[in-house]
Ligand binder design. Structure first.
Ligand SMILES: N[C@@H](CCC(=O)N[C@@H](CSC=O)C(=O)NCC(=O)O)C(=O)O
Length: 291
């Protein structure tokens, strides 16, 4: 266990596992989160290059029902991160613990595992569900203070709910990230059942308050542009009802925001799709992370 000083508070970061992979280290840590008022677990892949100096970092945000482990165990990203010398940080998808409120109906699209990378304003969710601040403030600070990461070279990516998180966080923080990519993102959560359910609970009934977490709404008003890569499978069962990729295509065209949005024939919503193209996404980010 390492003990570090963070601001005026002492905090602990516990190493849960440390596994060699493609010359680097795949690690998992747990730490108390002040932002989320609970313990949080994250994973980090450190390529061999990190032993010799600071490396760029890619934040990966996973989708509904995921933990930090889905991407680590299913995407096969380590080989590409090792090749390009990029660290990958994978946070959990929501606050966790017995004291953290969950969907009382037992649904998997809201509550635990479904934090939607926003700051909840409504009780009882607002006490813990502050995933936007966790991903953009607390976690990067923790990472930069404890690992050889070059904070000037950051990128972000994600899948489904995590694709929504990656796009909205990047669009709101264009000075922080050099590039953003997404697999099967929820591009307009204000216009689909998953988003409407979650945002009603987390943010309340005023739809104007939702727009700050809607990728299409943010693209429509964007002033600064980032390199954007999106992959979407045409065989994805959620495409028409929840993901609605065509809305991002239309909005980006209307806003004159150049984006690579690729419809990938026959691929579904699973990690088999992510594993098929994660090498291209990491190469895309590497292009922008390498000075
Ligand atoms: N739990 C559901 C399926 C939920 C699901 O498909 N989750 C996706 C993300 S969906 C949008 O955010 C996912 O990444 N699942 C984890 C995985 O490892 O595939 C069910 O059981 O049907």
């Amino acid at each position: 266990m390492s003990i570090q000083t963070f601001g005026h508070e002492a905090f602990f970061m516990q190493l849960n596992s440390d596994i060699k992979s493609f010359g680097g280290r795949q690690r998992q840590y747990t730490h108390p989160s002040q932002t989320l008022s609970c313990e949080m677990t994250f994973s980090i892949y450190l390529p061999l290059q990190a032993e010799f100096g600071p490396v760029p970092v890619l934040y990966w945000l996973s989708g509904l029902t995921c933990t930090d482990q889905n991407f680590v165990t299913k995407a096969g990203a380590q080989v590409y991160a090792a090749e390009h010398g990029i660290a990958i940080v994978c946070p959990d998808t929501s606050p966790r613990g017995d004291s953290v409120p969950d969907d009382s109906d037992g649904g998997w699209d809201f509550g635990l595992g479904a934090g939607f990378y926003l700051n909840a304003t409504q009780p009882p969710w607002s006490t813990n569900y502050q995933m936007y601040d966790y991903v953009i403030e607390e976690l990067p600070t923790l990472i930069e203070q404890n690992f050889p990461i070059d904070s000037q070279r950051q990128a972000i990516s994600g899948h489904s709910m995590g694709g929504h998180g990656a796009l909205t966080i990047a669009l709101k923080n264009t000075a922080r990230f050099r590039s953003v990519s997404a697999f099967s993102p929820i591009v307009a959560p204000t216009q689909c059942p998953w988003g409407e359910k979650a945002f009603t609970h987390y943010l309340g009934g005023d739809r104007n308050d939702w727009l700050q977490y809607d990728a299409c709404s943010l693209v429509a008003i964007a002033t600064d542009q980032l390199p954007v890569l999106v992959d979407q499978g045409t065989g994805d069962d959620f495409l028409e009802t929840q993901l609605k990729t065509e809305l991002l295509v239309e909005t980006a065209q209307a806003a004159k925001y150049p984006m690579q949005i690729r419809m990938q024939e026959g691929y579904d919503h699973s990690y088999f799709f992510i594993a098929s193209f994660i090498g291209e996404h990491i190469a895309f980010h590497a292009e922008h992370l390498t000075d």
